[in-house]
Design a protein around this ligand. Structure first.
Ligand SMILES: NC(=O)c1ccc[n+]([C@@H]2O[C@H](COP(=O)([O-])OP(=O)(O)OC[C@H]3O[C@@H](n4cnc5c(N)ncnc54)[C@H](OP(=O)(O)O)[C@@H]3O)[C@@H](O)[C@H]2O)c1
Length: 333
């Protein structure tokens, strides 16, 4: 489509009210107009992430000024440039971290939060890269300081985040340990190079302690895992929280944190400043995109749904049966 053929309306998926997957409703809206420093993307594929399900349920509000439509990442082509944008041209293939609004035929984002589609990657896989790569790189490397030779423990290894974290950590030269909830999920994690522990039959604390302890833990579970993570950590280790699927609350003996010089931190990506996200994007382009093009980091695809079946995509995610990423085909989907 050329700029002069730009439609004024688009198909999208709205959250009609907080609730289950059935509240995701197909609607028509005006095509958004890119503001200063923003690009408009004609969306080909939109990645589905657990935070989308939290937003749908009313537990994760869109930040001020962001689209109320769900969708934190997409791939496609640049359809228009807002004032002041340099470095992109109409027609360029991109994948982008979005402040929201990815479940739609068109979405806007700051130009600096978009990245070129890595060499050798198709648009379907490219749509699955931004949210997990931004989250994993910023928490595992920028915040967690993972180094070659360290022992890295990531929970939920078969998740979108987990499969990305395993591969990035391996590519950096770390030894990777992970937990997952079934033999099939463990096998998928082992294939990516991790030592996988089925948490229903094994104890990650025993495995990590036998190896000398984890130097870095990436946790999305919380609750009962917090005290166990501390037991599994080596002296001077770091623990980074990115979610609390079980609970954000726990009773902890903080003497261990003091005596063993542990660091406990965490972050969420969405509320961070545009400048902070742009810095993560720059580091991804320099350090992670070459891993992708070299085949060291690949998207593990679970399933693909047409945009009209967003509810089914969310139901699949919340079944927790998936391994890797769920994606929606938007153009023609
Ligand atoms: N902080 C951030 O900026 C940020 C950004 C993106 C995502 N996240 C978070 O990171 C996590 C992974 O995201 P994702 O998109 O990769 O989601 P996902 O694929 O659905 O991953 C969640 C996985 O966690 C495991 N799990 C462990 N304990 C669980 C529990 N109590 N309830 C449900 N699942 C549990 C499940 O696998 P098992 O069968 O092995 O249990 C499930 O596959 C989510 O919690 C998400 O909210 C945080």
């Amino acid at each position: 489509m050329d700029a002069f053929e730009m439609p004024t309306e688009m198909r999208c998926i709205e959250i009609s009210e907080p609730g289950g997957p059935e509240v995701l409703t197909e609607a028509r809206r005006a095509v958004p107009v890119p503001g200063h420093g923003e690009i408009l993307i004609e969306v080909a594929y939109a990645g589905v992430n657990r935070p989308d399900a939290l937003q749908r349920a009313g537990a994760y509000k869109a930040p001020l000024g962001a689209s109320d439509l769900p969708g934190l990442e997409c791939s496609g082509r640049v359809a228009a440039l807002g004032p002041g944008v340099t470095g992109w041209s109409v027609g360029d293939q991109v994948c982008a971290l979005l402040p929201g609004g990815g479940y739609a035929e068109f979405a806007t984002c700051p130009a600096e939060h978009a990245l070129p589609v890595p060499v050798g990657v198709d648009l379907k896989s490219a749509a699955c890269l931004p949210e997990t790569c931004f989250t994993v790189w910023s928490n595992v490397v920028m915040r967690g300081g993972l180094k070659a030779g360290e022992r890295f423990l990531v929970h939920g290894g078969s998740s979108g985040i987990g499969t990305t974290a395993i591969q990035i950590a391996k590519a950096l030269g770390a030894r990777v340990f992970t937990t997952a909830g079934s033999p099939e999920k463990c096998a998928a994690c082992e294939e990516l190079g991790a030592t996988a522990i089925n948490y229903k039959t094994g104890d990650f604390v025993d495995v990590l302690r036998a190896e000398g302890g984890a130097n870095l833990v990436l946790d999305m579970v919380g609750g009962s895992y917090i005290a166990r993570n501390i037991k599994a950590m080596a002296d001077d280790a770091r623990m980074v929280f990115i979610a609390f699927l079980e609970s954000p609350k726990a009773e902890i003996n903080f003497a261990q944190v003091m005596l063993r010089r542990l660091t406990i931190t965490g972050s969420t990506l969405r509320p961070q400043s545009d400048a902070a996200k742009a810095e993560i994007a720059r580091q991804l382009l320099g350090q992670v995109w070459p891993m992708v093009s070299a085949g060291k980091l690949r998207v593990i695809h679970d399933s693909t749904f047409p945009l009209a079946e967003a509810a089914a995509a969310h139901a699949r995610m919340e079944s927790s049966q998936h391994i890797g990423k769920i994606v929606m085909e938007v153009k023609g989907g």
